[in-house]
Design a protein around this ligand. Structure first.
Ligand code: NAD
Length: 527
């Protein structure tokens, strides 16, 4: 690994407190820091419970007109947002970089995702939410036109984390908005600035209806949001996810939870090792390893283990860590959350103390800010924390396994089930292995790529979550379903099963049901 270049800490005075709605703060404020040096960027006002309720009420008031303009009307505003992002992309990338500590290449991923996702949802939304005709299984009921209608919940709340602040908030707002909902986002208090800027642009520069709003703060603000909305999507840690679900239970508010993971990769003896190594380095270290679906543990078959580990160490040695501004001259940035650096350090020390070999990295970076060196650890075992707990940092533990069977067993030996990867010489063999892994997705001979296939559902099994984003389910979750039956033919004044009851009428109905339900002519006729 090349030596890190860290900027000098700045003592720039924070600007006046801002908030998502441009109103005066009533519940205090918090500072947003630059992870690269710890200096303060801005101070953000905290929304009190009353302010959250007011913001939700404003969103609720704006929603019916938003729903009423239909898909075509909403498409226009979404496309204006897309064009605004295109015109402001460099500025957004810089803001994103400043508050997260990402390298430039990683910061650009956020706008790329939103641009692609806007086009996907405005094109696919009308098809995915079109009325669905259902043919009744009972022929007699075919006199009705039966259909499923998708109707927006009303106000959707989004609580989001700091690792991809825009993808995991505005990115999830897109299908909710296309479906006709208003959205209120509570971004992470570590990284709210780019989201605030996007919501400001929606309101002030694009002049769109007031259906995309932001509230700021921590647990209290988030709790008030859960209390007020009609549907809540949470992305964050497993621990907070449980708290969110409990809180939502009080108002019977439906939730989807996108939580943590401990994603395994399996490398078989006949895999293309160079591709597997390059994929492991990127999949494990992109965004400084702070990716929910990043590679968190690698199982390599014994015959190729030593070669894999040597190649991975050599690859990681070439990576440059630092603050690269807009020059694209570093691969690994800072870490965004100071407590996360502690968790990473502790897991690496635990592995070292238990006999694992730290091949490269394994310590914090020098200077101010939140830095941890890209790290490869060999000879780990399944009991170590670094193989059991979510690491969420630039650390790749690699473990030797006897064969594929053992690899699958270890891969599934976790309370998580978010994602996974398999590298095998034959993709068909890779798919056979993938089908046995207990996780929401598996990429064969690739990493993370499923996230860009927006037609595929993305969500976790077990403690990694409930519900999915993307694909048909990813937009339908923001809708209530209404089942409609509408007559196709002129109707009688009454139906045989309505009042009044009589033995003669009920006998005829019974004979009819027998005829329809039984199999075999004698049985149908009861003879
Ligand atoms: P976190 O759970 O600490 O915080 C997430 C959000 O919840 C923040 O906005 C925070 O302010 C809010 N929050 C905090 N306390 C709350 C409470 N009591 N009630 C309601 N909301 C509360 O998570 P984080 O540290 O910001 O993010 C990292 C975690 O997110 C990792 O576990 C990662 O795996 C997970 N994640 C999951 C996905 C996914 O799609 N599955 C994507 C990205 C990140």
């Amino acid at each position: 690994m090349e030596s890190a270049t860290h900027p000098e800490a700045t003592n720039e005075a924070p600007e006046t407190a801002i908030d998502g709605e441009g109103r005066f703060a009533a519940a205090g404020s918090f500072d947003v820091h630059r992870p690269v040096d710890g200096s303060v960027i801005r101070t953000v006002a905290i929304d009190s419970e009353a302010q959250v309720a007011e913001t939700v009420a404003r969103a609720r008031a704006a929603q019916p007109a938003w729903e009423a303009i239909g898909f075509d009307g909403r498409r226009r505003w979404m496309e204006e947002l897309r064009d605004w992002i295109l015109d402001n992309q460099d500025r957004l990338d810089s803001m994103m970089q400043e508050e997260t500590g990402k390298v430039r290449a990683d910061a650009t991923l956020e706008a790329f995702y939103c641009l692609d996702a806007i086009n996907y949802w405005v094109d696919q939304g009308p098809k995915l939410l079109a009325d669905e005709i259902v043919t009744p299984h009972v022929p007699l009921l075919r006199a009705k036109r039966s259909k499923i209608v998708y109707r927006p919940f009303g106000v959707v709340g989004l609580i989001s984390p700091w690792n991809f602040p825009v993808v995991l908030s505005v990115g999830d707002a897109l299908p909710a908005l296309v479906a006709g909902n208003a959205v209120v986002i509570k971004p992470s208090e570590l990284t709210p600035l780019t989201v605030i800027e996007l919501a400001r642009a929606w309101r002030e520069e694009i002049g769109a209806p007031e259906v995309l709003r932001v509230v700021n703060g921590g647990a209290e603000t988030a709790g008030a949001l859960i209390d007020g909305v009609d549907y809540l999507q949470f992305t964050g840690s497993e621990r907070t996810g449980r708290i969110v679900m409990k809180r939502a239970a009080e108002t019977l508010t439906p939730v989807s939870l996108e939580l943590g993971g401990k994603d395994p990769m399996i490398v078989t003896r006949d895999a293309d090792l160079d591709r597997a190594v390059n994929a492991t380095a990127w999949g494990g270290l992109v965004n400084s390893g702070q990716v929910c679906i990043g590679i968190e543990r690698v199982y390599v078959e014994e015959p190729v283990y030593d070669e894999f580990v040597d190649k991975l160490r050599a690859k990681v040695k070439t990576l440059r860590q630092g603050a690269d501004g807009d020059t694209y001259t570093a691969e690994i940035g800072a870490m965004t959350s100071p407590p996360q650096v502690e968790i990473v350090s502790e897991q690496v020390e635990d592995a070292r103390a238990s006999g694992a070999r730290v091949l490269i990295g394994g310590k914090r970076g020098d200077g101010p800010g939140d830095w941890y060196e890209p790290t490869v650890i060999a000879d780990v075992d399944q009991s170590m924390k670094v193989m059991r707990e979510e690491t969420f940092g630039p650390v790749i533990p690699v473990m030797k396994v006897a064969d594929v069977e053992q690899a699958i067993e270890f891969a599934n030996d976790t309370r998580y089930g978010l994602g996974s990867s398999v590298f095998a010489g034959d993709p068909a063999e890779g798919e056979r292995i993938a089908r046995r892994i207990e996780a929401g997705h598996c990429n064969v001979n690739d990493v993370l790529v499923n996230y860009n296939v927006l037609g595929l559902p993305m969500g976790g099994w077990k403690s990694s979550g409930i519900g999915v984003r993307h694909g048909a389910q990813g937009i339908r979750r923001f809708c209530r379903t209404e089942a409609l039956t509408v007559p196709r033919l002129p109707q009688a004044k009454s139906e045989p099963i309505w009042f009044p009851y009589s033995a003669r009428k009920r006998g005829a109905v019974r004979r009819l049901y027998r005829f329809l339900s039984a199999r075999g002519i004698r049985n149908r006729l009861g003879i």
